[in-house]
Design a protein around this ligand. Structure first.
Ligand code: UDP
Ligand code: MG
Length: 314
């Protein structure tokens, strides 16, 4: 029988945790009853350095239910890293692993469909939102734009799929080999290469508490996703540079011929304009290249991604 681990990253989620635990335990019990998963399946809550009572709640759950396990990270390392910490800890003690957010925006009932798909032979099963009606207009349009940009940049990712997915043990073992610090799971998982499937559900509103992804984090996440996977922005800059060079040649020919015919203009405006324009372009390119160099700097340090403070396992 397959041992299932559900990994839940939690950051300041004290308001939703009780309900999340109740629902997930219920799902596990049902699946065990239907003999789809092993009796020693469990939920692993990863506390990502919360400042509220999240860890106390996890400890309490651990005492009350044999299905609840907890992992406490020393400090906040962000959603993606917390998720990897949980997946890597669960890997040693499961056959299949499902990751889901703590706020239950993703339908827990499709966990069963995911397990079914796994049994049909898929190593990775993506949870995909069929509708985004509950998201705000802003979140919806920014997300849509993000997927579009990703596509233009040539990054393979599954449309409308967040980090709700099932992975087999061997997929997780391969994931472990990706050592990069600039972590963008959604881009990495398609690279693993095993057979994948999708299950569809409607995304709900957050059960309680507020989003831990304010605009600033969202932008940083999108930027990271693009610059960690694609060097196309540098290519665009190059093309732009070339185009400007060609335009400059034409402008120079014009300027010289004007001079030859004696129509000498004062030329101060055009000079100033081009000065500013070129200066801007140079700065922009330098900044962009700097971004990549910054990434290299971070990668070569090979710092640990997280630090486990405590692991509660039944
Ligand atoms: N999260 C985390 N560390 C962080 C920020 C978020 O572990 O630094 C968790 C959070 O508790 C939740 C999940 O990541 O389980 C997704 O966050 P949220 O629901 O706030 O994002 P949204 O659904 O608004 O994009
Ligand atoms: Mg959410």
């Amino acid at each position: 029988m397959n041992r299932l681990a559900i990994v839940v990253p939690c950051y300041n989620e004290e308001e939703v945790l009780d309900e999340t635990m109740r629902q997930l335990i219920h799902v596990l019990e049902e699946l065990i009853l239907k003999e789809k998963i092993a009796k020693d399946s469990y939920i692993l809550f990863v506390n990502d350095g919360s400042r509220d009572k999240t860890w106390e709640k996890i400890e309490e759950g651990y005492r009350k239910s044999s299905y609840v396990n907890g992992l406490k990270l020393a400090g906040n390392v962000g959603h993606q890293n917390a998720l990897v910490a949980g997946l890597m800890a669960a890997k040693e003690m499961c056959d299949i692993c499902i990751s889901i957010d703590a706020d239950l925006q993703d339908d827990v009932l499709v966990i069963e469909n995911m397990v079914d798909k796994y049994k049909e032979g898929f190593d990775i099963v993506y949870g995909v939102r069929s509708a985004r009606t509950t998201d705000t207009f802003f979140k919806r349009t920014t997300a849509l734009g993000f997927y579009k940009v990703m596509k233009i940049m040539g990054i393979r990712s599954v449309y409308n799929h967040a980090d709700y997915r099932l992975m087999s043990k061997r997929a997780l073992e391969h994931l472990e080999k990706y050592k990069e610090r600039n972590l963008f799971l959604r881009g990495i998982i398609p690279l693993i290469g095993y057979e994948t499937a999708c299950v569809y559900y409607e995304r709900k509103v957050r059960l309680a508490g507020e989003s831990k992804y304010p605009l600033k984090k969202m932008l940083a996440f999108a930027f990271d996703g693009i610059t960690s996977f694609s060097i196309k922005p540098m290519m665009f800059i190059m093309v732009l540079g070339m185009a400007i060079a060609i335009i400059t040649v034409i402008a120079a020919i014009y300027a010289f011929s004007s001079y030859a015919y004696g129509r000498v203009v004062q030329g101060w405006t055009s000079l100033m304009l081009s000065l500013w324009f070129i200066g801007g372009m140079v700065l922009f390119s330098l900044g962009l290249i700097g971004q990549y160099i910054g990434k290299i700097y971070i990668e070569v340090k090979e710092r640990p991604r997280y630090n486990i403070e405590k692991l509660l396992v039944h």
